[in-house]
Each structure stands twice: as C-alpha cells, then as structure tokens.
Design a protein around this ligand. Sequence first.
Ligand code: UT7
Length: 334
Amino acid sequence: MTRTAVLRGIGAMVPPRAVDNDELSALLDTSDEWIRTRTGIRRRHWADPGMATSDLAMVAGERALKSAGGGPVGMVILATSTPNQPMPATAPQVAAGLGLGTVPAYDVTAACAGFVYGLSVAAGAIAARLADRVLVIGADLWSTRLNPDDRATAVIFGDGAGAAVLEAGRESDPGALLGFDLGSDGLHRELARVPGGGSLQLADPDTPFQQSDHYLTMRGKEIFTHAVGRMSESSGRLLKQVGWEARDVDWFAGHQANARILHAVADALDVDRSRVLIHLDRVGNTSAASIPLALTDAAVQGSLRPGQNVLMTAFGGGLSWGSAALNWPDVDVL
Ligand code: UT7
C-alpha cells in the first residue's frame, strides 16, 4: 500500500494591526469603493516594525502542531518569498524556535503558489520515507516590500502565515492528499517580481541601489489573465486525475488574490460560486499563507466539515502555479 500524506493539523495567524481601505485611501489616490469592487478586499493586516516572517511562521506552526495533538515532526518546510534574509533559509530558525531540534528544515520559494508546492514536497518526502510527519508553513510578510506610493500593489497585499501537519497514512484515510498538479512559466517572470537583492542586481558601492528595487512590482492586468487561465487548466487536470466531477468539489480553496479571479476560475470549472472560499475580504492577498489561512477560517466558521472534498489551487510570480486535492479530516482548529 502506497504511503500517502494525510492532514492531521492546521493553524494560522495574521499580525494584530488591521489596515482598512479607508486608511489607505487617506494615503494614496484610491478608494474603498475601487478596492472592494476590483478585488473584494476590505482590510488586510500588516506586521508591526521589527516583526519578521519567522515570527509569523512560528505562531502558525505552533498552532498547527497543537491542532495535530503535539508530538515530534521529522521535517519543516517553509514556503516563503519574503525570508528573513537572503541566506540562510528561514526554516531552520523556525524549527529551532519551535523546539523541534535538528530536523531537516528548508525554504521553498514559489511566490503565491508556495503553500501548494510545500505540500507537494512534504507529500513526496513522506512517500519516500524521508519523514513520517512534516510541518509545512506558508508565511509571507510583504508589507515592508510594498512601495507606499504604488497603489497597484499597496492595497492588495497583507501579511500572515498558515501551517499544516502532514503524517504518513493511506489514501483512504480522512485528510489524504489525493493528488497534485504543478507548473511554471519562467518566460513571464517579469510580471511580478522584486528586482533587487539577488545575484543579478546586488547592492554594491559602484551601482547605487535604488530603494524601489527592494519593492514588489506587479503588472496586475496581465497577471490576472494568466492567473485565471493557469488555475483553471491546472484544476481541470487535477479533477481528471483524482476522478472528481465539478459537482464533487465541496469547497474551492483558491489563492486569495482577487475575488474576481476566484469566481472566473470557478465559472471555468463549472463549480458553483457558493462553493468558493472567500477570506481575502478580511486579510487581502497573503501570498504563500493565503490557502491555509482560508482553510483555517472556513474550519473555524464551521462551513468546512469533515468528509468534504477540497480543491486547492494557487498562482503567483515565477510564474508558478499548483493545485492539490484533499478530503477534509476531522481536525481540531484552535
Ligand atoms: O498573488 C498572485 C499574483 N497576483 C494576482 O493574481 C493579482 C492579479 N491582478 C489583479 O488582481 C488586478 O489586476 C488588480 C486588482 C491588481 C488591478 O485591477 P484591474 O481591474 O486589473 O485594474 P487595472 O490595473 O487594469 O487598472 C484599471 C484602472 C487604471 O486606471 P486607468 O488607466 O483606467 O485610468 C489604474 O490606474 O484602475 C487604476 N487603478 C487604481 N485606481 C484606484 C489601479 N490601482 C488602483 C487603485 N485605486 N488601487
């Protein structure tokens, strides 16, 4: 019998400071009306100065471990595009901070698709017997990398973290991850990026480093089109792979970038819009944290119930996209 990764615990957090659309409208040429109608976002949470991605990741990780009933894990995977620093990876710091000892811990970078990528890497590690239990965290802190003068990005992103504990089990177990579909297209890497700080454009005394090179840039309209197309195609392939019809999808847990994108993908798949999880209204686009945050919220609200089929799909810079299918287990959510 194949070893299959099974979800045993979930947890999430957003930093305390809530920033609503009116607060941003006082600083930028934008409005609550524009943000709500074009994105669905009403507010987001931004980290206070001094907070790092690892701080968010640790809280979500701790909550997921508690939700899974405690116990050791054999690996920590942190999906993030906003690590504490370029080197070393942030995952070892998170593992140490959680008291998990010297387990293998590493970062996975796939922008907003990071959590689905992290789940797939963890499922592979479990199948290959590299670990029996893996903590997967998606955490991003974009607020310090947003150009405060760029209304096209500043109103979109929020900070947060979400985490899951996966354990070795069987495909028939509640919580089993039933399949994945992943992809990338590096030809369109310029559509969403932070240009500075890597090997191509280091800060050095002869090349004055522009503050703006630290900021996230995004060509929203083009990303929108790619997002709808790639998430629809990837989800469609995964549905075929796991043998689900659109009507078998109890919840469509798509990356929370824009409510219009989520509805367009649901329409393309023929999944009823009432099955679309919407959490971005309260947290914005939280990048790698968005799917576990949305799942945790739905479980806490009681809309997501044991035995229901969940289709996750995510898309982001890279371009990178990924989908995963899961039968929701009976987990305690704290
Ligand atoms: O996380 C994964 C990757 N990211 C995404 O998936 C995001 C995908 N893109 C989007 O969600 C949308 O493209 C945005 C929400 C970013 C932008 O919405 P849009 O409907 O595509 O707007 P647009 O960029 O086509 O701009 C339409 C107009 C422009 O004005 P003009 O040229 O028509 O006069 C913009 O300058 O809206 C203007 N605009 C704004 N107005 C008020 C752009 N941003 C704002 C703003 N407030 N914040």
